[in-house]
Design a protein around this ligand. Structure first.
Ligand code: PMP
Length: 303
């Protein structure tokens, strides 16, 4: 794969379009040393960024949770994201906005740093291996647990919180799995390293409440889509010992979309009607121009 710093195109950096290869930072940037960065992952489908406003709102909120303010309005950030896609000639792509503390101060204290923002976009069709999508991906247990909400700003999409995700995903891939499933600090099932998780039993959807991890925009969308189809959705604590009772399982996220899970450690699942139905419904929703016409728009998109 072409390294990310050796590509061509334009990156929106602090309000200006900068040639891709010139969008560089100093090595003494605060965020590199202390994890003071927040980011988003969004996708454009056929020229429209799905849930753009919800993602931008979360970016601004994530920064607040890390005790810094983004020096651009949500409207300006929305426009910059769309412009970034257009400027790069992209209509179907992944979009990565990021905000971070700069190099003005390099200590735990960061009150004198400036906050920077960049937005990049690139083509990125699928998160998981195409042929795994039908059979279901394989997950192992992650080495680390998600910190509890009183131990970290768990509602923020913060760079530093991904340290345990990267370690866990690397170990999983090295051992031949596709991803790792993380528990929360109490031992209940939390989420995968970059996606939320759902289970199916007797036609009912179950998912853990997002009390110590990201309440994903895809997660909220899937809950709304399922309910609009008359599928009951239960948010409840799920323990590893409960897994045997579920027949289907899938993970959801902007990058993962809706991906069936075929295995979690020793437990096997059979991707079925409910999972495939939601894959189709999600795929139609993200591509629909007027979402409310085809679907009751999930609250997350309307607010
Ligand atoms: N959890 C984690 C750790 C993630 O990185 C992501 C992807 N942003 C999600 C959940 C899903 O969030 P969303 O549906 O908003 O992309």
């Amino acid at each position: 794969m072409l390294p990310f710093d050796e590509r061509d195109g334009w990156i929106w950096l602090d309000g200006r379009f900068t040639p891709w290869r010139d969008a560089k930072l100093h090595v003494l940037t605060h965020a590199l040393h202390y994890g003071s960065g927040v980011f988003e992952g969004m996708r454009m489908y056929d020229g429209r960024i799905f849930a753009l406003e919800a993602h931008t709102r979360r970016l601004v909120r994530s920064a607040q949770l890390l005790d810094f303010a983004i020096p651009w309005s949500e409207a300006e950030l929305n426009e910059a994201a769309i412009e970034t896609c257009l400027r790069n000639g992209l209509h179907n792509c992944y979009i990565r906005p990021i905000a971070w503390r700069g190099a003005e101060q390099l200590s735990v204290s960061a009150l004198d740093t400036r906050v920077h923002v960049a937005i990049a976009a690139w083509p990125w069709p699928k998160y998981f291996d195409e042929d795994r999508l039908r059979r279901g991906i394989r997950l192992c247990w992650a080495k680390y647990r998600r910190p509890s909400a009183d131990a970290a700003p768990t509602a923020a999409k913060a760079t530093g919180l991904y340290v345990i995700c990267t370690i866990s995903k690397n170990v999983a891939e090295r051992e031949g799995y596709d991803d790792a499933l993380m528990l929360d600090s109490t031992g209940a099932i939390a989420e995968a390293t970059g996606a939320n998780i759902f289970f199916v039993r007797d036609g009912v959807l179950f998912t853990p409440p997002p009390s110590s991890f990201l309440d994903g925009i895809t997660r909220q969308t899937i809950i709304a889509l399922a309910r609009a189809r008359g599928i009951k959705v239960v948010e409840s604590r799920i323990m590893p010992a409960d897994l045997g009772a579920f027949t289907e399982c899938f993970v959801v996220g902007t990058a993962a979309e809706v991906t069936p899970v075929g295995q979690i450690a020793e437990h096997a699942f059979q991707p079925g009607r409910l999972t495939f139905g939601l894959i189709e419904a999600y795929s139609a929703l993200v591509r629909s121009r007027v979402s409310a016409a085809a679907e009751p728009a999930p609250a997350i998109l309307a607010s």
